[in-house]
Design a protein around this ligand. Structure first.
Ligand code: NI
Length: 178
Protein backbone atom coordinates (compact mmCIF):
# COMPACT_ATOMS: atom_id res chain seq x y z
CA UNK A 1 0.00 0.00 0.00
CA UNK A 2 1.42 3.31 -1.06
CA UNK A 3 2.18 5.96 1.50
CA UNK A 4 0.64 9.33 0.74
CA UNK A 5 2.48 12.62 0.53
CA UNK A 6 1.70 14.90 3.48
CA UNK A 7 0.94 18.50 2.49
CA UNK A 8 2.64 21.19 4.51
CA UNK A 9 1.51 24.67 5.55
CA UNK A 10 0.82 26.92 3.62
CA UNK A 11 -0.70 24.45 1.08
CA UNK A 12 -4.14 25.88 0.12
CA UNK A 13 -5.94 22.52 0.61
CA UNK A 14 -5.20 22.78 4.35
CA UNK A 15 -7.18 26.01 4.59
CA UNK A 16 -10.34 24.81 2.81
CA UNK A 17 -13.39 23.30 4.51
CA UNK A 18 -13.60 19.71 3.22
CA UNK A 19 -16.59 18.12 1.48
CA UNK A 20 -18.81 15.48 3.14
CA UNK A 21 -18.33 11.92 1.92
CA UNK A 22 -21.40 10.61 0.06
CA UNK A 23 -20.07 7.44 -1.57
CA UNK A 24 -18.96 4.57 0.68
CA UNK A 25 -17.14 2.28 -1.71
CA UNK A 26 -13.87 0.36 -2.00
CA UNK A 27 -12.15 3.49 -3.22
CA UNK A 28 -13.02 5.28 0.03
CA UNK A 29 -11.87 2.30 2.12
CA UNK A 30 -8.57 2.11 0.19
CA UNK A 31 -7.98 5.83 0.82
CA UNK A 32 -8.68 5.37 4.55
CA UNK A 33 -6.25 2.43 4.72
CA UNK A 34 -3.54 4.49 2.98
CA UNK A 35 -4.18 7.31 5.45
CA UNK A 36 -3.77 4.89 8.37
CA UNK A 37 -0.47 3.56 7.00
CA UNK A 38 0.74 7.12 6.31
CA UNK A 39 -0.16 8.17 9.86
CA UNK A 40 1.76 5.26 11.44
CA UNK A 41 4.75 5.76 9.12
CA UNK A 42 5.02 9.51 9.79
CA UNK A 43 4.67 8.78 12.78
CA UNK A 44 1.63 10.73 13.92
CA UNK A 45 -1.37 10.16 16.17
CA UNK A 46 -3.89 11.51 13.68
CA UNK A 47 -4.30 12.43 10.05
CA UNK A 48 -7.07 14.17 8.12
CA UNK A 49 -7.75 13.76 4.39
CA UNK A 50 -6.91 17.39 3.49
CA UNK A 51 -3.39 16.69 4.80
CA UNK A 52 -2.93 14.20 1.95
CA UNK A 53 -4.44 16.59 -0.57
CA UNK A 54 -7.99 15.17 -0.50
CA UNK A 55 -10.64 17.70 0.50
CA UNK A 56 -13.00 15.15 2.11
CA UNK A 57 -14.31 14.86 5.66
CA UNK A 58 -12.26 11.83 6.74
CA UNK A 59 -9.96 11.52 9.75
CA UNK A 60 -7.95 8.70 11.28
CA UNK A 61 -6.71 8.75 14.88
CA UNK A 62 -4.67 6.35 17.01
CA UNK A 63 -3.10 7.81 20.13
CA UNK A 64 -1.72 4.45 21.31
CA UNK A 65 1.29 3.61 19.17
CA UNK A 66 2.43 0.95 21.66
CA UNK A 67 -0.53 -1.14 20.53
CA UNK A 68 -1.20 0.05 16.98
CA UNK A 69 -4.71 -0.72 15.79
CA UNK A 70 -6.24 -1.48 19.16
CA UNK A 71 -7.78 1.98 19.50
CA UNK A 72 -7.69 3.05 15.89
CA UNK A 73 -10.54 5.31 14.77
CA UNK A 74 -11.45 5.73 11.12
CA UNK A 75 -14.07 8.44 11.07
CA UNK A 76 -16.03 9.67 8.08
CA UNK A 77 -18.05 12.90 8.29
CA UNK A 78 -17.28 13.31 12.03
CA UNK A 79 -19.31 15.83 14.01
CA UNK A 80 -18.50 17.19 17.46
CA UNK A 81 -21.71 16.58 19.42
CA UNK A 82 -20.74 17.72 22.90
CA UNK A 83 -17.73 19.14 24.60
CA UNK A 84 -16.97 20.22 28.13
CA UNK A 85 -14.10 21.32 30.33
CA UNK A 86 -10.86 22.95 29.29
CA UNK A 87 -7.42 21.49 28.80
CA UNK A 88 -4.13 22.75 27.40
CA UNK A 89 -1.90 20.47 25.39
CA UNK A 90 1.36 21.04 23.54
CA UNK A 91 0.32 20.32 19.96
CA UNK A 92 2.22 19.71 16.79
CA UNK A 93 1.03 18.71 13.34
CA UNK A 94 2.46 16.68 10.47
CA UNK A 95 1.53 19.61 8.20
CA UNK A 96 3.21 22.25 10.37
CA UNK A 97 6.94 21.55 10.27
CA UNK A 98 9.23 22.19 13.24
CA UNK A 99 6.73 23.95 15.46
CA UNK A 100 4.58 23.15 18.47
CA UNK A 101 2.52 25.27 20.83
CA UNK A 102 0.11 25.00 23.74
CA UNK A 103 -3.48 24.95 22.54
CA UNK A 104 -6.60 25.16 24.70
CA UNK A 105 -9.25 22.58 23.86
CA UNK A 106 -12.27 20.96 25.44
CA UNK A 107 -11.21 18.31 27.97
CA UNK A 108 -13.97 15.85 27.04
CA UNK A 109 -15.80 15.39 23.76
CA UNK A 110 -18.44 13.24 22.13
CA UNK A 111 -18.04 12.73 18.41
CA UNK A 112 -20.50 11.10 16.04
CA UNK A 113 -19.27 9.75 12.72
CA UNK A 114 -19.69 7.03 10.17
CA UNK A 115 -17.24 4.19 9.68
CA UNK A 116 -15.87 3.52 6.17
CA UNK A 117 -18.55 0.77 6.08
CA UNK A 118 -21.18 3.48 6.69
CA UNK A 119 -22.10 2.41 10.22
CA UNK A 120 -22.76 5.08 12.81
CA UNK A 121 -20.32 5.36 15.71
CA UNK A 122 -20.17 7.62 18.75
CA UNK A 123 -16.77 8.17 20.35
CA UNK A 124 -16.47 9.53 23.88
CA UNK A 125 -13.01 10.81 24.65
CA UNK A 126 -10.94 12.71 27.15
CA UNK A 127 -7.29 13.74 27.44
CA UNK A 128 -5.03 13.15 24.46
CA UNK A 129 -7.72 11.35 22.44
CA UNK A 130 -10.08 14.30 22.90
CA UNK A 131 -7.30 16.67 21.80
CA UNK A 132 -6.48 14.56 18.75
CA UNK A 133 -10.14 14.33 17.68
CA UNK A 134 -10.60 18.10 17.95
CA UNK A 135 -7.32 18.73 16.10
CA UNK A 136 -8.36 16.41 13.23
CA UNK A 137 -11.91 17.77 13.02
CA UNK A 138 -10.35 21.24 12.78
CA UNK A 139 -8.40 20.01 9.73
CA UNK A 140 -11.61 19.17 7.86
CA UNK A 141 -12.88 22.66 8.66
CA UNK A 142 -9.73 24.08 7.07
CA UNK A 143 -8.21 25.05 10.38
CA UNK A 144 -4.74 24.34 11.79
CA UNK A 145 -3.65 24.47 15.42
CA UNK A 146 -1.67 27.61 14.60
CA UNK A 147 -5.04 29.29 13.94
CA UNK A 148 -5.83 28.73 17.63
CA UNK A 149 -2.74 30.32 19.16
CA UNK A 150 -1.91 33.99 19.70
CA UNK A 151 -1.38 36.14 16.65
CA UNK A 152 2.12 36.94 17.86
CA UNK A 153 3.17 33.28 17.93
CA UNK A 154 1.46 32.58 14.61
CA UNK A 155 3.24 35.50 12.91
CA UNK A 156 6.51 34.24 14.33
CA UNK A 157 5.89 30.86 12.72
CA UNK A 158 4.80 32.41 9.39
CA UNK A 159 8.01 34.44 9.27
CA UNK A 160 10.07 31.34 9.99
CA UNK A 161 8.39 29.42 7.14
CA UNK A 162 8.86 32.37 4.75
CA UNK A 163 12.53 32.64 5.71
CA UNK A 164 13.13 28.92 5.21
CA UNK A 165 11.52 28.95 1.78
CA UNK A 166 13.59 32.02 0.80
CA UNK A 167 16.75 30.23 1.94
CA UNK A 168 15.78 27.18 -0.10
CA UNK A 169 15.18 29.36 -3.17
CA UNK A 170 18.55 31.11 -2.69
CA UNK A 171 20.28 27.80 -2.27
CA UNK A 172 18.73 26.42 -5.43
CA UNK A 173 19.58 29.66 -7.28
CA UNK A 174 23.23 29.31 -6.29
CA UNK A 175 23.29 25.69 -7.34
CA UNK A 176 21.93 26.63 -10.75
CA UNK A 177 24.59 29.28 -11.41
CA UNK A 178 27.52 27.19 -10.18
NI1 NI B 1 -2.57 18.21 12.21
Amino acid sequence: MALLEIKKFPAPVLAQPAQPVTVFDDRLRALVESMVQTMYAAPGIGLAAPQVGVSSRIVVVDVDHENPGRRLFKLVNPVLLEFEGVLSWEEGCLSVADFSAEVRRAARVRVRALTPEQEEVVVEAEGLLAVALQHEIDHIEGKLFIDRISRLKRDLYRRKVAKLSRQRADHEGRRRVS
